[in-house]
Ligand binder design. Structure first.
Ligand code: DAK
Length: 257
């Protein structure tokens, strides 16, 4: 792996992926995205890992897709490079995925953070979809996920002007979960991951899938989906253990089975 670093045992049951193209502000070239896809797939299949944290560095989470790599491309070049299999793989990750964002999260970088399940931001984080300034528009979910996250009026303004918003604005708009001092953003994201990693991994996967379903369907279908996953949770040893531990007034030992 040249452009990302992966630690599958960063903390108890928590894996860490670092985007690592610092000179280019972690611009997302095709190789980096391919490496990220493969790493996420491997971590999703790793029984020891329950939660994944994705981060960049203090200056940049990612300043977008690699403009230099895209500059000479035709529509058919873009079509023929199957980039969506990478983005779809990120979306398919079953385990909770937390973005720890500091500095720039722009264009594809903002889309990548929004593809994660939660965002913990440093106070210096900047979010935006500036594609319009280089003559295009968001292409990896920005118009859809940003609109769902912050509403039409705000999303329209960001997408049409390309302006950036601060971490505090992003918090106020409901785009991020929390904002912390810059020196603490990774620790805060990992703390959140550790908290979730103590829960039943089976229940976490089912719950994640159900919350995501709320974006993709109408209420009755979503409620039906939730109900099925709720019943499915009763097929797990974690359900037996969780409820038994409550009755016995002790901490549950979840195994993910
Ligand atoms: N691509 C390539 N290189 C980049 C880059 C990017 N997005 N962002 C920064 N860099 C490079 C700069 O060129 C510079 O390299 P050198 O010139 O030193 O070789 C280095 O990183 C440092 O950048 P700056 O010198 O510009 O640093 P500043 O602090 O002055 O400015 C900045 C930081 C983030 C404001 C600025 O770099 C900037 O505006 N960057 C571009 C931001 C942007 O427009 N992002 C959106 C790109 S379009 C899709 C998937 C994804 C996408 C589309 C389709 N499919 C699945 C189909 C996504 C598209 C995009 O993201």
């Amino acid at each position: 792996m040249e452009f990302i670093q992966v630690n599958n045992q960063y903390k108890k049951h928590v894996a860490l992926i670092n985007l690592n193209r610092p000179k280019e502000l972690n611009a997302l070239n095709l190789q980096l995205m391919g490496e990220l896809r493969d790493a996420l797939k491997a971590l999703d299949e790793d029984d020891n890992v329950r939660v994944i944290v994705l981060t960049g560095n203090e200056k940049a989470f990612a300043a977008g897709a690699d403009i230099k790599q895209m500059a000479g491309k035709t529509a058919i070049d873009m079509l023929n490079v199957d980039q969506f299999s990478t983005w779809d793989q990120i979306k398919k990750t079953k385990k909770p995925l937390i973005a720890a964002v500091s500095g720039f999260a722009l264009g594809g970088g903002c889309e990548l953070a929004m593809t994660c399940d939660m965002i913990v931001a440093s106070e210096t984080a900047k979010f935006g979809q500036p594609e319009i300034k280089i003559g295009v528009m968001p292409g990896a979910g920005g118009t859809q996920r940003l609109t769902r996250a912050i509403g039409k009026a705000r999303a329209m303004e960001l997408v049409l002007t390309g302006k950036f918003i601060s971490a505090d604005e992003a918090l106020g708009y409901g785009l991020v979960n929390k904002v912390v001092p810059t020196e603490m953003y990774l620790e805060a994201a990992v703390d959140l991951a550790l908290e979730i990693a103590q829960m039943s991994p089976v229940a976490a996967k089912l719950a994640k899938e159900s919350v995501n379903r709320a974006y993709e369907t109408h209420l009755d279908e979503g409620l039906h989906f939730e109900r099925k996953n709720f019943y499915l949770a009763f097929a797990s040893e974690d359900q037996t253990e969780g409820m038994k531990a409550f009755v016995e007034k002790r901490k549950p030992e979840f195994t993910g089975k």
